[in-house]
Design a protein around this ligand. Sequence first.
Ligand code: CP
Ligand code: NVA
Length: 310
Amino acid sequence: MAPRHYTSVLDLSREETLHILKQAAKLKAKWNSKQKISKRLRGVTLATIYEKPSLRTRVTFEAGMTQLGGHSIYLGPNDIQIGKREPAADIARNLSRWVEIIMTRSFAHTTVTELAENSSIPVINGLSDLEHPCQALADFLTIQERFGELRGLKLVYIGDGNNVAHSLMLMGALLGVNVVVATPEGYEPQSAIIERAQELAAQSGATVSVTWEAQAAVQDADVIYTDVWASMGQESEAEARKSVFASYQVTPELMALSGKPATIFMHCLPAHRGEEVAAEVIDGPQSAVIDEAENRLHVQKALILWLLGK
Ligand code: CP
Ligand code: NVA
């Protein structure tokens, strides 16, 4: 039987996504009750491929495997040189004979899909240039913890229409959360993602829209989310982007424009204080960023168990 993968938010239905969030909440409760270690993945190995740096993704996947009784192998950019030393397809075919599951952090999204297409074991996208679906799972678990019901909430993403924005739009639309993305002109999310998110939103009763007006967008927001202005791989554009994005910083004034004292601030991290977010916001009482980071651990454990049918 062909394995299930998680290369995109779109790989899981609304029901499957909600199931992962529910299982993650259970795993988190166990973790908090000090039942930290289980043997559910005894003898199971996760191979993790990194073309880019990471703190959260690496530690949460590795620690998650330890907590479930399994093992994780780190393959860094210089180890396997995906696409250079050998093609992604060959790497997938080899790993499929040795380990039970693969996680990859890649540049091109086609590297993730090429691995998945040639793998007889599940492949998880731990961030590509197109999507960051595990981050979206952690984020919506965090939002659910803070607000209870997801449906009908308003999430406003301010900044670059990047991988994180794409996955938030798709998952928000899937789960009935209204999503507004405010970017500078020319930095909008990809039009295919906007269209797909709008189709999904029409089914879930939510809305997805894109604007250049950050101040108008945040009105009534329950969640204000931002990410770096230059993603990994865009380092050469970082200086130029600082002036383009200057008026898209999440400041205390922008937070106040939501008109709701309960509005939370979210960021996938790593963050650049004084660029996309003011220090007072990310380090202030409305910030949920460390909960998001913690929740990567629990959603990924739930995802791995589900993909492996454990
Ligand atoms: N949010 C996130 O994916 O962090 P890392 O880049 O540190 O893994
Ligand atoms: N958009 C950022 C997210 C980092 C977790 C990047 O791709 O670098």
